[in-house]
Design a protein around this ligand. Structure first.
Ligand SMILES: [Zn+2]
Length: 376
């Protein structure tokens, strides 16, 4: 990376690289109204509002911060006692905070950037919006394929002292930020870019912006209701995932969100992940508590969606293989249970223990689907 050395001894500290432009607050308001319209059942209005929030000036502003290094904006300067770059193997672990620490950080900071103050949106919420409105809430791997406001307002957990400079992932060192403030700073310390330490200021108001989290509290998918029902009896008490398992699921869920999945049911009792795959079919993968200790894993898709079934069958078998089981088709023909080799249901914890294997199968499936769609 090219680093510009500027003598900024006399420059005052700023709170962020560049104050958010007014269109960002307007976009937040439009997205909030879109969430309300969606929850009220007005999909056309929600779609219109999401498109209105996709403003080119926001994309240009974001790119000016996390795009190419700009000596005027990034203003790197040498500082006394700057911690050196730490070799990858020697950096504090874990590289990112776990779920419990993220929750504590969010409770303290709210869903607003600690540097510039802009409201932010979790990746899970963005993925949900994209799945509901794939054209309006556009999101692809390249910068310019991403909705301007959803990209700019992307919630990040930023190490004030970068992990590459020896910073750990404790709540003392990590703050909620927007994507430009996090990506713009990269491996620099706040002092090196002439930005004031955000921890020296109180966080902004925690109230007043829910990050559109209300979109995640939508009605359960029918698959989840079916999975949550015990086969022969109604449990006296609704079982719940224990907190350790729920935390592990949160981690898995974040990795899935990067692949465009969203959670479709009440997080304490069942998790159903859904994807809107290229070509439009919706695919589900999920788990539900049957008796409080044992979970059924389901894979499949709703009957109303169609897709390349041979490809889906191949995917389900691969996934079952990653879990050390086999696929059993249900009488409905569009859902499958993954079964262990002895016929037992594999526990959900198995999925989490083998999350890398599961994620790579999912990646391969999505890539194959994209290929199948492109060929037609
Ligand atoms: Zn920011």
């Amino acid at each position: 990376m090219i680093v510009f050395m500027i003598d900024f001894k006399a420059a005052p500290l700023r709170s962020c690289f560049s104050p958010p432009i007014p269109q960002i607050a307007e976009a937040a308001e439009l997205l909030s109204r879109a969430a309300d319209a969606h929850l009220a059942g007005d999909a056309a209005e929600a779609e219109r509002l999401i498109r209105a929030a996709d403003m080119p000036p926001i994309a240009a502003w974001t790119r000016s911060i996390f795009g190419k290094v700009n000596p005027d904006l990034h203003a790197f300067r040498q500082t006394a006692d700057a911690p050196p770059l730490v070799a990858k193997a020697d950096r504090p672990r874990p590289r990112m905070p776990g779920v419990a620490i993220k929750k504590a950080i969010e409770a303290r900071d709210g869903l607003r950037c600690r540097f510039c103050g802009m409201p932010v949106i979790r990746p899970q919420v963005r993925a949900r919006l994209h799945a509901l409105y794939p054209d309006a809430a556009r999101w692809g791997p390249r910068d310019r394929e991403q909705h301007a406001a959803l990209q700019c307002m992307w919630l990040q957990y930023d190490h004030v002292l970068p992990n590459s400079r020896g910073g750990d992932s404790s709540p003392e060192n990590v703050v909620v930020t927007c994507a430009p403030c996090n990506f713009g700073r990269g491996n620099w310390t706040v002092a090196e870019v002439g930005i004031a330490d955000p921890r020296d200021r109180a966080p902004g108001p925690v109230e007043g912006w829910d990050g559109l989290d209300r979109l995640l509290e939508a009605a359960p998918h029918p698959v989840a209701r079916e999975a949550a029902r015990a086969p022969d009896e109604t449990p006296a008490r609704e079982p719940e995932f224990d907190s350790g398992l729920a935390d592990a699921l949160d981690e898995f869920e974040e990795a899935l969100a990067d692949r465009g999945a969203w959670v479709d049911v009440s997080p304490r009792r069942a998790r159903i992940y859904r994807w809107r795959a290229p070509g439009g079919q919706t695919f589900t993968l999920g788990a539900a508590c049957a008796d409080g200790t044992f979970e059924t894993y389901l894979v499949g898709w709703p009957a109303e969606t169609s897709g390349p079934l041979p490809l889906a069958h191949a995917f389900l078998r691969l996934l079952a293989g990653a879990l050390g089981g086999a696929v059993r088709e249900t009488p409905t023909g569009h859902q499958w249970h993954v079964r262990g080799p002895d016929g037992a249901q594999p526990r959900l914890t198995l999925v989490l223990e083998r999350s890398d294997a599961c994620l790579s199968v999912i990646d391969a499936y999505l890539a194959a689907l994209a290929g199948a769609v492109n060929r037609t």
